[in-house]
Design a protein around this ligand. Structure first.
Ligand code: ZN
Length: 513
């Protein structure tokens, strides 16, 4: 590989999926993986196979589907994790196993209760085992930024000897600041004798808002892989935002002298897709992909822009794939137009699915005249969310008003027996009444942790999107739904969350690098 090439390692599906409130089902993960392949990232970390059957399945399915991109599975430095990762990655054309083990004093003493020599032995064993399954092995000393540099150098040298082709230096807790972090990378490059046999990677968390600056400082110091996520998703304050890393390296190539293989005009469509599927909205002023990222309001700026764009613009909006929401389709649009638009938005689907999509599209176009990209994204999301459910909403009815006690009647089909159960309940408001009624029918008492409603597009006939999170007996689950009727969206979102609770497909697994 050329010396100036930086490997983009996307961990949206693993670290990003650990974001509170961002659980994705396998179909959604596969959809995002396809979009990431179109974006031409180099490596996709698709999950942590040992943590749950869902994670295993996602890594396995992504491995089957992707052609050009390396697919990576995460594993602790223990045998069962590495074996599970190898099994999940079995169908991948380019598999990578990513082994991690904490190395900092605080983790050694309080979490692992192990001496330095023991840590090195376990790291080497982990890499050696992973190497017996795949050629491409990455090792991460967790909490590297708080590890004594001389010990870190010892660990790195040992795992490179064992065959690690990439060594990742994570700032697991988001503690690093740019100059010392770059200094650490330089120290490793200068003091580890066999460092030339591996690629140094970084993985920075954004607790202090420094994930991107730290990653870039590391690149300047010689790191040649950056781990990042779309929209900066990730645990707590998130990871380094992929779009910011890529566009900084491109825009300031003069300074960094490094480049990526990313197709930059896919950045905004990919960001929108991830936002739609995770339900985590992107702030308007977010760099590169925010709605306002290329909006110029100040009169003097607009005047300058009209005369010469580069007076106030360092990037072309087209370079990142940003364009205004366009009124794309309507009632009379045909299935070719629908397919073309969906493909342009980065969705992939089988020809058989087009019929179903077209029926959904027609129903939507009948309800609202103008169908925007956001409506299409919501429609795709509905399709992907469709999973075998224990409870299926048949109908609901609500009476509500300022002088009435809100009362809901709900009918739900129980998938196991096929019978439809009906009940009624009151509540403080219509949504509360519906949720009380669903609890009575399903027998699942859940507490609403979060409930958000927003209009998907402009206009009074816009579709309403409801995103919510519930907890029941310590199990949390998300639900999302879109409808032109906000009470219907509220009901469907709740039924989905209850189905996830019932299926036990909650977010498991442990916090990791
Ligand atoms: Zn992380």
């Amino acid at each position: 590989m050329e010396a100036d090439r930086v490997v983009i390692f996307d961990t949206t599906l693993r670290d990003g999926e650990q974001s509170p409130g961002a659980s994705l089902n396998t179909a959604e993960k596969v959809e995002i993986a396809h979009a990431l392949e179109l974006l031409k990232v180099d490596v996709i970390e698709a999950g942590f196979p040992i943590t749950s059957p869902d994670d295993f399945e996602a890594v396995n399915q992504v491995s089957k589907d992707l052609r050009d991109t390396t697919v990576c599975g995460l594993a602790r430095a223990v045998e069962k994790d590495i074996v599970a990762a190898a099994e999940a990655l079995e169908p991948a054309r380019k598999p990578r196993i990513h082994v991690f083990l904490a190395t900092s004093a605080i983790h050694r003493e309080h979490k692992l209760h192990k001496a330095k020599s023991e840590i090195i032995r376990l790291a080497v064993e982990g890499v050696t085992l992973a190497k017996s399954f795949v050629e491409d092995v990455e090792f991460s000393p967790e909490d590297a930024s708080r590890t004594e540099p001389d010990f870190l150098a010892e660990v790195v040298a040992a795992v490179v000897d064992a065959g690690a082709t990439t060594v990742n230096i994570p700032d697991t807790v988001g503690y690093a600041v740019p100059e010392p972090f770059a200094e650490l990378i330089r120290y490793l490059l200068e003091n580890v004798g066999n460092i030339g046999k591996t690629i140094i990677s970084v993985h920075c968390h954004n607790d202090l808002g420094l994930a991107v600056p730290n990653s870039l400082a590391a690149v300047k110091a010689g790191a040649r892989q950056v781990e990042c996520t779309i929209n900066g998703l990730g645990e707590r304050a998130g990871n380094a935002a992929l779009e910011e890393i890529v566009m900084t390296l491109k825009t300031r190539c003069d300074y960094f002298g490094a480049r990526t293989g990313v197709v930059t005009n896919r950045l905004v469509p990919t960001s929108r897709l991830v936002s739609a599927l995770t339900g985590l909205t992107v702030q308007r002023n977010k760099a590169i992909v925010g709605e306002n990222a290329f909006a110029h309001e100040a009169g003097i700026h607009q005047d300058g822009m009209l005369k010469e764009r580069t007076t106030y613009e360092i990037m072309n909006p087209e370079d990142v794939g940003a364009k205004a929401t366009t009124l794309v389709l309507g009632k009379h649009s045909g299935r070719h137009a629908l397919r073309a638009r969906l493909e342009e938005m980065g969705f992939t689907f089988a020809s058989e699915q087009l019929d179903d999509l077209f029926i959904r599209f027609k129903a939507l176009a009948d309800k609202k005249k103008e169908v925007y990209d956001e409506d299409l994204a919501a429609m795709m999301e509905e399709l992907l969310a469709a999973a075998p459910d224990l409870f299926e909403l048949v109908s609901f009815q609500i009476s509500s008003g300022n002088e009435l006690v809100p009362t809901a009647t709900v009918r739900i089909r129980m998938q196991e027996s096929g019978e439809v159960q009906c009940d009624a309940a009151t509540g403080d408001g219509p949504v509360d009444a519906i949720y009380n009624c669903i609890s009575r029918i399903t027998g699942i008492e859940a507490t609403l942790l979060e409930y958000r409603i927003r209009a998907v597009t402009v206009g009074r006939d816009a579709q309403g999107e409801v995103t919510l999170r519930v907890v029941s007996d310590g199990v949390t689950a998300n639900g999302r739904a879109v409808s032109t009727d906000i009470l219907e969206a509220s009901t469907l979102a709740y039924v989905r969350a209850i189905n996830r609770i019932a299926a036990g497909s909650h977010k498991g697994g442990s916090a990791t690098s």
